[in-house]
Design a protein around this ligand. Structure first.
Ligand SMILES: Cc1cc2nc3c(=O)[nH]c(=O)nc-3n(C[C@H](O)[C@H](O)[C@H](O)COP(=O)(O)O)c2cc1C
Length: 237
């Protein structure tokens, strides 16, 4: 891939002297805090979570309160809210009952299918079927993955942290990783992120694409002292 130098965006004086609007979270409703958080912590990766109900019905739903929090041990985290009547979402219920789940990564081509699986269908409905998706069996867990998804992480429930009356953070231990072979160099463990074409979640109902990439190497202190300040290089546009 050709690398070209790209100028960094200019910081204007008005930005440096900008005033800030301060919010004290104790003055805000949970909904107001939610809107500020999801509007600013962006873009968020999306976990497209598949689970199996205790009766064996496959379930899928997107969760953007999601990230990888540790590589050793490999831990992924999901933030799941209850429904307004405090009942569990199918994802939370199924994970609690089966102690397994799979996180699939959403590529640009799959966003509309993902959106179908966000519909609050009742728990006996297979959302994957509704979205026209197919599943592939898990290798170490019973829970299937989405065959069309470019990446899937098979997880065993590690721990659930109840952080409020309607919110649980679920940590999953990754036991197997599936990556479409054309996306990964299996000797160097390098993933082609341009080809992965993952989608992120913005505020409201917004999404972001991830194909405007640039590199910016981290400096050593010696680089800094010597004035070797790296410049960003565009790897795609
Ligand atoms: C992109 C996207 C991200 C979402 N992120 C979350 C989230 O982080 N936490 C949550 O509780 N619901 C989230 N939702 C809503 C759930 O996907 C939705 O309530 C879904 O119907 C739950 O399905 P389930 O009952 O099958 O688990 C999100 C929806 C979308 C479209």
């Amino acid at each position: 891939m050709t690398k070209i130098n790209a100028p960094p965006p200019q910081h204007s004086t008005s930005q440096q002297t900008a005033s800030f609007t301060r919010f004290d979270t104790s003055d805000l409703s949970p909904r107001e805090i939610y809107k500020l958080l999801i509007g600013t912590v962006v873009p968020r990766p999306i976990a497209w979570v598949t689970t199996l109900s205790p009766d064996g019905v496959a379930n899928a739903a997107p969760y953007s309160f999601f990230n990888c929090l540790s590589a050793d041990p490999p831990i992924l985290a999901l933030g799941v809210e209850n429904w307004a009547d405090m009942s569990f979402k199918d994802t939370a219920y199924n994970i609690r009952m089966t102690e397994e789940f799979t996180v699939n990564i959403v590529s640009n081509a799959l966003v509309e299918a993902m959106n179908v699986t966000a519909t609050p269908f009742s728990s006996h409905i297979d959302e994957l079927e509704k979205a026209g998706l197919t599943t592939a069996p898990g290798s170490l867990i019973q829970c299937p993955r989405i065959a069309e998804a470019p990446v899937a992480f098979e997880c065993r429930r590690h721990v659930g942290i109840s952080v409020g009356k309607s919110r649980e953070i679920i940590l999953g231990l990754v036991v197997a990783i599936h990556i479409r072979s054309n996306l990964v160099d299996r000797e160097r463990f390098h993933v082609d992120q341009l080809a992965l074409d993952a989608v992120g979640r913005m505020g409201g109902q917004g999404y972001a694409l991830t194909r405007q990439l640039f590199d910016l190497p981290t400096m050593s202190v010696a680089d800094w002292d010597a004035g070797n300040i790296p410049k960003r290089s565009v790897t795609s546009s």
